[in-house]
Design a protein around this ligand. Structure first.
Ligand code: PLP
Length: 344
């Protein structure tokens, strides 16, 4: 790995971050706060939230077995995806490498930041070889994006190949594990201690059932997390979100129950799809959705929309011709989908 000084944009390396009233004072004894131009009325919403979300990070630290100073919390994974472009990539000069097809936000953020986005097509099993990603990199490649389980394909990528990429790339490797709670595959977070160029993304939006509160997580070395904290908006995770996330974290067994039910429903739904004459193939998945190759994806999509049932039409994505992406719903929702499809 190159040193962080070599990888970080020079202006970010030199950046003196905004210092808020809450940063400058943190202690327990004070009871009169006249330092932040807040309104003394309308408690508890009148006060700025903790800019570093310390309480919340303590709980996440316990749950994930990662020190709190190796955790960044953001306004969804979206923020954790955008920040590394702003931290590492010089607009108009640097580039990133990603697998294709994958989650669309990596490319959107590259385009917004004027960073070239290079892709390596997955093979027919939707998997990849480390050497293909590595040979696409040049001296201006700052980040490699890997999503596992991948979206929209659903499969986990080969773990040994991911580790080969991490060990042989001299820049930053970001592994997006948004669907890891549904996966048989183990999280790569155990690799953080030995791989200082690794960033892992997770989210409360999927297994945790909390897409509305917008809470994304990045796990990485203390040094990388310190730079994330310097560049982020000071109060990027609002008080309501911090409180609701703490409430969810106090009952992780509820999440385990949801995951178990969704995985059972996934088996049932996929078996039913296999028997549909309009379905040609269903692909292996490690997530709370699966990809189905249809005889006429657009026709089925339009037909379902007409019935008020929305699935994701991925048929114009490379390697996903005629494919629909089906998210696992409740038992009733899944039954409604199946009975509609049986009448197509
Ligand atoms: C859904 C999803 C996310 C979640 O994004 P949030 O901004 O945290 O809601 C992240 N990565 C992938 C690959 C996803 O599919």
């Amino acid at each position: 790995m190159k040193s962080l000084e070599q990888l970080v944009r020079p202006n970010i390396g030199k950046l003196a971050p905004y210092s808020s009233a809450r940063d400058e004072y943190s202690g327990k004894e004070a009871h009169v706060f006249l330092d932040a131009n807040e309104n003394p009325y309308n408690a508890p919403f009148n006060r700025y939230p903790d800019p570093l979300q310390r309480k919340l990070k303590q709980q996440i630290s316990k749950l994930k077995g990662i020190p709190a100073d190796m955790i960044f919390l953001g306004n969804g994974s979206d923020e954790a995806i955008d920040l590394p472009y702003r931290i590492f990539c010089q607009p108009g000069r640097d580039n990133v490498v990603a697998i294709e097809p994958t989650y669309g936000m990596y490319r959107v953020c590259a385009d917004i930041n004027d960073v070239a986005y290079r892709t390596v097509l997955l093979n027919e099993n939707f998997d990849f070889q480390a050497s293909d990603l590595l040979k696409t990199c040049d001296s201006h490649t700052k980040i490699i994006w890997i999503c596992s389980p991948n979206n929209p394909t659903g499969n986990s990528l080969n773990r040994d190949e991911i580790i080969k990429v991490i060990e042989n790339f001299d820049g930053i490797v970001i592994v997006d594990e948004a669907y890891i709670d549904f996966a048989q595959q183990q999280s790569l977070r155990t690799e953080l201690a030995t791989h200082p160029n690794l960033i892992i993304l997770q989210t409360m939006s999927k297994a945790w059932g909390s897409a509305a509160i917008r809470l994304g997580m990045a796990f990485a070395s203390q040094e990388i997390i310190a730079i994330y904290n310097k560049v982020k908006y000071p109060y990027n995770v609002n008080q309501l979100t911090q409180e609701q996330a703490l409430k969810m974290l106090s009952d992780p067994y509820e999440v385990d129950k949801w995951v178990k039910i969704l995985l059972q429903e996934r088996v049932r739904l996929m078996q039913a799809f296999q028997e549909l004459p309009i379905c040609e193939h269903i692909y292996k998945t490690d997530a709370n959705f699966f990809l189905a190759k249809m005889t006429d994806a657009q026709g089925v999509y339009d037909y379902l929309v007409d019935k008020g049932i929305i699935v994701r039409n991925r048929s114009r994505i490379q390697l996903c011709q005629n494919c629909l992406r089906i998210t696992i719903g409740t038992k009733n929702e899944n039954n409604e989908l199946l009975s509609a499809l049986r009448q197509f």
